[in-house]
Design a protein around this ligand. Structure first.
Ligand code: BES
Ligand code: ZN
Ligand code: ZN
Length: 506
């Protein structure tokens, strides 16, 4: 999908479809939609008054103009919802819906106005950024392994703006939106890949390909390195698997930044398949567990976007990745593991494996002396019980500034977070092992999202830290009430939140 921006009047642009918009409650369209209405002899106003077209958010209506009326073959009218509720997320949703409709119609070229830059009164740059994201996310298909992969890709999206004063802002917005949208779809691909393909070695090879095609540098720690680092918790999880573990380290180092500038460190849980181990999951519970590397994929995508945007701030992505399998070599409940900081952990549940690989990685992060460390992990089913599927991720942080910054980034990116408490009692509860310093799971399920965060806190030292449990948002089952920006399955959650967060720090 290639984007271009031009000044002009959308009625004169030849494309397989042009996309215009309509707010709810509008009876006489104005702006570009009004211009198209005039060219079509009031067809749009007539359809509004007969109730055949509506401005409900994401609703699309296709018109086939009489030949010669306008230059394009089709007009797609997309609803923007109520003007009172209008925001950047409405732009993403409307664009995703209209692009998906154009794709279904077999359109190769579409032209669109920037929703919201006119009567919506949003700033043109943010509106254009949301538009590019919506188009890329809406076009995404999870058909990696279909013999007959779709051929109906949209090749070109032409953005048409009447006001030449806004063109520079729109150009900048499109560039940012494309970087973030492309990276999000890459993250979706990684998560949607089946676990026999997306192994730790596959993620390492993908990281190599990313490093080869960018300015990111790559270092990969293998099992021997993890042993040298005394990462006993990580090694305990991986020991039942035939696939070798990796700790993937991607570095973004801008040239014109002080060499002693502290990096932002991003950490992503990369369990490429979670059977639960001997504390085994049910068949149904295991069915979505290829998505247990959603945090790793989000950090991967964020690093890709941060590089593409050449953000002037050092960022390091740490991706611990392995499988959680059963075999004669697997770790057992009652085993005691020793993490890299010397803390001993009694294994209560082999299914609480994510916190173990993150524990050693957080200890490793301390030596990078980060300004802030943020981890993303599909850590607990409890996050989903608390917040639902597809609504928001669970955020834990004690740092007020980081909370503010992440809340701002969530608001702007549309990737919602909800701040959860980290009560000291959760920590006391995780320390209640008769045989070791910690236990990896309590023996009940209450407050499971908070107790998992309290466990991670034991490995954070004095770093400024935020933990985001994305189990509630990384994967969207089909048939959910929420309207996703794309198909069910991998959402690519976190790429845009993290990238926005880092952009706002500059
Ligand atoms: N990967 C799961 C969490 C998960 C569950 C993610 C459902 C997405 C959807 C994690 O490793 C896990 O199994 N956590 C346990 C923790 C418990 C044993 C303390 C859980 O949530 O049950
Ligand atoms: Zn698990
Ligand atoms: Zn897991």
């Amino acid at each position: 999908m290639k984007f271009s921006v031009q000044q002009g009047n959308i009625t004169t642009v030849s494309a397989d479809a042009i996309i215009v918009n309509l707010f709810d409650e509008v009876v006489k369209p104005s702006g570009a939609t009004g211009a198209v209405d005039v060219a079509l002899n009031s067809q749009i106003s007539d359809l509004i008054s007969s109730g055949d077209v509506s401005g409900k958010l994401g609703k699309t209506t296709v018109l086939y103009p009489a030949s010669g009326a306008i230059a394009a073959k089709r007009v797609i009218i997309v609803g923007l919802g109520s003007a009172l509720d209008f925001d950047l997320q409405a732009i993403r949703r409307a664009t995703a819906a209209s692009v998906a409709r154009a794709r279904e119609l077999g359109c190769k070229t579409v032209a669109s106005i920037v929703h919201g830059a006119g009567i919506g009164n949003l700033d043109a740059q943010s509106a254009a950024e949301a538009l590019a994201e919506g188009a890329l996310l809406g076009e995404y298909q999870a058909d990696l392994h279909k013999s007959a992969r779709r051929s109906n890709n949209i090749e070109a999206v032409e953005i048409v703006e009447f006001d030449s004063q806004k063109l520079a802002a729109i150009d900048a917005g499109i560039a940012a939106g494309v970087a973030q949208g492309v990276a999000t779809n890459k993250t979706r691909d990684l998560v949607n890949q089946p676990p026999n393909i997306c192994t730790p070695s596959y993620l390492a090879a993908q990281a190599q390909a990313l490093a080869d095609n960018s300015n990111l540098s790559l270092e990969i720690l293998d099992a021997a390195d993890l042993e040298a680092e005394k990462m006993g918790a990580f090694l305990g999880v991986t020991q039942g698997s035939a696939e070798p573990p990796k700790l993937i380290i991607l570095r973004h180092t801008p040239e014109n930044v002080d060499t002693d500038a502290k990096p932002i460190v991003l950490v992503g849980k990369g369990i490429t398949f979670d059977t639960g181990g001997y504390t085994m999951k049910t068949g149904a519970g295991m069915l979505t567990m290829k998505s247990d590397m959603g945090g790793a994929a989000a950090v991967f995508g964020a690093m890709q976007a941060i590089d593409a945007l050449a953000l002037n701030i050092p960022v390091i992505g740490l991706i611990p990745t392995c499988e959680n399998m059963i075999s004669g070599h697997s770790y057992r409940p009652s085993d005691v593991l020793t993490a890299a900081n010397g803390k001993t952990i009694e294994i209560i549940s082999t299914d609480a494996e994510g916190r173990l690989i993150l524990a050693d990685t957080l200890v490793y992060a301390q030596r990078l002396k980060p300004k802030v460390v943020i981890d993303l992990a599909t850590l607990t089913g409890a996050a989903m019980v608390a917040l639902g599927q597809g609504q928001a991720a669970a955020l834990f942080t004690a740092d007020k500034q980081t909370l503010q910054n992440l809340n701002d980034a969530a608001e702007e990116s549309g990737e919602r977070i909800w701040h959860m408490p980290l009560y000291p009692e959760y920590s006391d509860y995780m320390r209640r092992s008769p045989v070791a310093d910690l236990r990896n799971s309590p023996n009940d399920r209450y407050g499971g999202v908070g107790t998992s965060a309290a466990f991670l806190k034991e490995f954070v030292g004095d770093m400024t830290w935020a933990h985001i449990d994305i189990a509630s948002v990384a994967w969207l089952p089909s048939g959910k009430a929420v309207k996703p920006l794309g198909p069910s399955g991998a959402t690519g959650y976190g790429v845009r939140l993290l990238t926005k967060y880092i952009r706002n720090l500059i």
